[in-house]
Design a protein around this ligand. Structure first.
Ligand code: NAD
Ligand code: IPM
Ligand code: MN
Length: 370
């Protein structure tokens, strides 16, 4: 019996999560899979009611789970960043989910590319450091003191910044931070992922030609690990990587990225497949509680219209089952998605006219009949 926390969240989050849960229900009916699910009301409406983001009670409940199944966060009624930082990013750092696995692949003829060579790429995005540390501040009137405290499970960094400027009014900064410990554990994960995938080479993305300190340490750690393990790597600058992903994605297998560039490249990758609504991700702590979610956000522009593509959320359930050791059931979900696509039962973002729940039903039909 697996314990799974369900957080539908905001916007289209609940619409797509309910399709993912339908698919998991169908698997429970037709296999030995058993889950005990606990739904948590975390998101914009609770925040607007009570001011709560991620509470200590939430954390206590989530800590007891085998996995977390998450929809999306973000609401136009709340200032941007409050829910994103206060819920989603806090969850990733509190549970030390330091790897964000975001696979993309070509599906039938849905790719946006003219080049029809099939591709299959596992993006591994470092998920707790870089420009996501919350290490920022604003110097009002061009001067002041900003004390920063970056507390993680592995370390506690304090930086005190003091500034005075005679010729600007306000100025703002946001610091990117990498720690050797943070990078080593991430690089170790990447190396073993590459090995398990049966590959002997992978790609590392950065902007070491500009942010020489931040990505200098990043490169140093990857080089050391590569020498030690014999797993070969190529470095690519993120701008060239954006170009290469569009030109010939089939040449990549595993791609390791820093946090911020990974965020951007995986939306690009999602759309190469045919739609952002197709992409799934796993926020992984190999020895803790991991969280599975679609890559997309709360999509306020289509909420309540039955237009949301549930494939990303359904494939997030697949990643969750694989993580819990049920690889065959994961494959069954992926084949269910392909089956719905083959029948043309897809939402408007993929050129179809089916509703969110019709797409979920089509996946279930396959999953139940295998
Ligand atoms: P978004 O991913 O919500 O939407 C971008 C575009 O893609 C929109 O046009 C949307 O309609 C479309 N889209 C997204 N998911 C889709 C789906 N499943 N089916 C069909 N179309 C889909 O990004 P945004 O508009 O930049 O952000 C909206 C809110 O979501 C913001 O508050 C943002 O911070 C938040 N956000 C949250 C997450 C997350 O929870 N993981 C991820 C990204 C953005
Ligand atoms: C994502 C999102 C988040 C990120 C935001 C909402 C904090 O864009 O999951 O891709 O930047 O990681
Ligand atoms: Mn994103």
């Amino acid at each position: 019996m697996f314990k799974v926390a369900v957080i539908p969240g905001d916007g289209i989050g609940p619409e797509v999560v309910s399709e993912g849960l339908k698919v998991l229900d169908a698997l429970e009916e037709t296999s030995s899979l058993r889950m005990q699910r606990t739904e948590l009301d975390i998101g914009a409406s609770r925040y607007l009611r009570s001011g709560e983001l991620l509470t200590e009670d939430d954390v206590a409940t989530l800590t007891k789970q085998d996995a977390i199944y998450f929809g999306a966060i973000g609401d136009p009624r709340v200032p941007t960043g409050v829910l994103e930082r206060g819920i989603l990013l806090t969850m990733r750092t509190r549970f030390d989910q330091y790897v964000n696995l975001r696979p993309i692949r070509s599906w039938l003829n849905f790719s946006r590319l003219k080049n029809e060579a099939p591709f299959n790429i596992a993006f591994l995005r470092e998920n707790t450091e870089d420009f996501y540390m919350g290490a920022g501040g604003i110097f009002k009137g061009g001067e002041g003191k900003v004390p920063l405290r970056i507390k993680r499970t592995m370390y506690d960094i304090r930086i005190d910044l003091e500034a005075s400027s005679s010729d600007v009014e306000d100025f703002a900064f946001e610091v990117g931070i990498h720690s050797r410990r943070g990078l080593e554990r991430f690089a170790d994960f990447v190396m073993s992922y590459v090995n398990q995938a049966g590959l002997d080479e992978f790609t590392v993305v950065d902007k070491a030609n500009v942010c020489t300190s931040l990505y200098g340490l990043w490169r140093e750690v990857f080089r050391e690990k590569s020498e030690k393990t014999g797993v070969r790597l190529e470095f690519m600058f993120v701008d060239a990587m954006a170009m290469a992903l569009v030109r010939n994605p089939e040449r990549f297998g595993v791609v390791a990225t820093p946090n911020m560039f990974g965020d951007i490249l995986t939306d690009l990758g999602a759309e190469l497949q045919g739609s952002l609504g197709l992409s799934a991700s796993g926020n992984i702590n190999p020895s803790g509680v991991s969280m599975f979610e679609p890559v997309h956000g709360s999509a306020p522009d289509i909420v309540g219209k039955s237009k949301a593509n549930p494939f990303g959320a359904i494939l997030a359930a697949k990643l969750m089952l694989e993580h819990l050791g049920m690889v065959e059931l994961g494959k069954r979900i992926e084949s269910g998605v392909e089956s719905a696509m083959k029948k043309g039962i897809v939402t408007p973002d993929l050129g179809g006219s089916s509703t969110t729940s019709e797409v979920g039903d089509a996946v279930i039909e396959y999953v139940m009949c295998v």
